[in-house]
Design a protein around this ligand. Structure first.
Ligand code: PGA
Length: 254
C-alpha cells in the first residue's frame, strides 16, 4: 500500500469516536434509574466503533457506577478540583471520583466559565489533576455570539487552548468544541463550520489523534450530518441526552 494512504488509514483508526451525554443539573437517582431502563436496551446493536458515556450529577454517580457495570456505557463527572482533598466547600476531588468508577470528567464547560468564575488557569489545574489520577478530561472550548460576530472565533479558541493545555498530556484528552451560542438554543452551528473550527483546533495540538467532539444543540435529526464530517469525532450532548429514545438515536447515529 502507498505510504501516504497507510498513514491516513492509521490516523483514521486511532481517533476514537466518543458520544457523551451531559446531564448538567438534571435527574434525581430515581429519574436516572428510569432513564437507564429505557436507554440501555437500545444499545444492543450500537456499533463497536464508538464509545458511549454519561456525565451525570455527583449524586447520581454511585448509582450509575453500579447500574452501568457490565454495560458498554462509561461514567463521567462534570467537574473536578485540582487538590486531592482540602477546605474547598462544594468541590469534588479526582480520588473521590475514581473510587466509584468514574473514568471521564468535563472540564471548563462554558456554564462553569460563565456562572461560576472558571478561568483558563483553573481549567488548566483541573485538567492536570484529572489526568494525574487517570481520569480522561473533556475540555470544552468555544466562543460567544458576540465574539463570533466580531470575527474573534479563531483567536478566542486559540487563546483558550494555549492557556488551558499548558503541561497537559494530549494522549489522555478529549476536546469538545462548543460554540456557546449553540448550547441549549436549538441553534446548531452549521456542520461545515463546526468541521472547519475543529480542523483548526487540531492544527494547534501536538497529538493528531486527540478526539474532538462537537457540542451545541446536537439532536436526533442533525446527528447523522454532524458525524459525517471528517474532523468531528463525537458529540457532547446536553438536552437531547436526557430522554432515552433521543439519546439512543444519537448514540446510534448512521
Ligand atoms: P445542548 O448542550 O446539547 O443542550 O445544547 C450541550 C452542552 O452544553 O454540552
Amino acid at each position: 500500500m502507498h505510504l501516504v494512504a497507510l498513514l491516513f488509514l492509521t490516523e483514521l483508526s486511532v481517533r476514537k469516536i466518543v458520544i457523551a451525554g451531559n446531564w448538567k443539573m438534571f435527574k434525581t437517582q430515581a429519574e436516572s434509574k428510569e432513564f437507564l431502563e429505557g436507554f440501555l436496551p437500545s444499545l444492543v446493536d450500537t456499533p463497536q466503533d464508538r464509545e458511549v458515556l454519561l456525565c451525570v450529577p455527583f449524586t447520581d454517580l454511585n448509582l450509575l457506577s453500579q447500574s452501568l457495570h457490565g454495560s458498554r456505557v462509561n461514567l463521567g463527572a462534570q467537574n473536578v478540583h485540582w487538590e486531592d482533598n482540602g477546605a474547598y466547600t462544594g468541590e469534588i476531588s479526582a480520588p473521590m471520583l475514581t473510587e466509584i468508577g468514574v473514568r471521564y470528567v468535563i472540564v471548563g464547560h462554558s456554564e462553569r466559565r460563565q456562572y461560576f468564575g472558571e478561568t483558563d488557569e483553573t481549567v488548566n489545574l483541573r485538567l492536570k489533576a484529572a489526568q494525574k489520577h487517570g481520569l480522561t478530561p473533556i475540555l470544552c472550548v468555544g466562543e460567544t455570539k458576540q465574539q463570533r460576530d466580531a470575527g474573534e472565533t479563531e483567536s478566542i479558541i486559540t487563546n483558550q487552548l494555549q492557556k488551558d493545555l499548558v503541561g497537559v498530556d494530549q494522549n489522555n484528552l478529549i476536546i469538545a468544541y462548543e460554540p456557546i451560542w449553540a448550547i441549549g438554543t436549538g441553534d446548531t452551528c452549521e456542520t461545515i463550520e463546526a468541521n472547519r473550527v475543529i480542523g483548526l483546533i487540531r492544527t494547534q495540538l501536538n497529538n493528531p489523534n486527540v478526539t474532538i467532539q462537537y457540542g451545541g444543540s446536537v439532536k436526533p435529526n442533525n446527528v447523522d450530518q454532524i458525524m459525517a464530517q471528517p474532523e468531528i469525532d463525537g458529540a457532547l450532548v446536553g438536552g437531547a441526552s436526557l430522554e432515552p429514545a433521543s439519546f439512543a438515536r444519537i448514540v446510534n447515529y448512521q
